[in-house]
Design a protein around this ligand. Sequence first.
Ligand code: AVJ
Length: 301
Amino acid sequence: MLREVQEGLAQPQKSLPSKYFYDRYGSQLFDKITRLEEYYPTRTERKLLEDYALEIGEYLGDRVLLIEPGSGSSEKTRILLDKLNTITGYIPIDISGKYLQEVAKELRREYPDLEISPLGADYTRPIQLPELSVEGRRIVFFPGSTIGNFKRETVHRFMKVVTDLTGREGAFLIGVDLKKDVEVLEAAYNDSKGITAAFNKNILTHINDELGTGFDLEKFNHRAIWNEQEGRIEMHLVCKESHEVTVGDKTISFQKGESIHTENSHKYSLEEFRDMVAPWFEVKQVWTDENDWFSLQYLEP
Ligand code: AVJ
């Protein structure tokens, strides 16, 4: 973490890796975000899963091994597990091994007939799957439009990991947030209750806690803006007054008005997404909501 933080803050446009939003408090804040009126992605994707579960099930096949990178609370997976009786095995993958074990224990209670084999791993690196006693078609499930956080290079690396998981015969079910009116997008990342602002600033608290740095949250403002050129929402922390912060053996100067870039959330048109994944996958089916704000997509290698 120290190396990544120092590196990010040494660039002309300072930045921090968005994965550091998610300490315990950050995950709670994100959970709150998903229930905000302005934050449309979570409820829209949930509704798509509920409305189309049976249709999705037909694409997945009659014996399914579900593999979920970044499974977290496995909340959306439960929708599929509740509606489909074809899922024989579930492999949740998460970097937070302790939380993963807790969730797996609870899932085993709720779904006694399902074989669950949790895997504590960083899914941006190649993954060795555990052996399961049940057979099934390997389906990688990646909801939440987390793909939007990845820059091109990371998307490419991730697609390679996914094709290794699915093999030739498997498939990929992914949630992808779509392009839409700027007002809707910016409202989703600038909510009126200030939860997203607290979420954004919490990255500094997390770093203070882990590295003993002295970032002062009061010296930064939350900003989220649509970058039309790049097709993404960017979150920044804008410095209110010039000051310095010591990070390990480095002193970082902040000028009034300069920002730390903390997150990218890319939005795609259906065509852009299809073209981006074309080297690895063919898009076979797309489900969208009535506003065309969010999509669930079924891909085959
Ligand atoms: C979980 C990464 C999809 O980009 O919309 C929510 C994270 N950031 N509000 C997103 C987030 C600000 C979210 N993802």
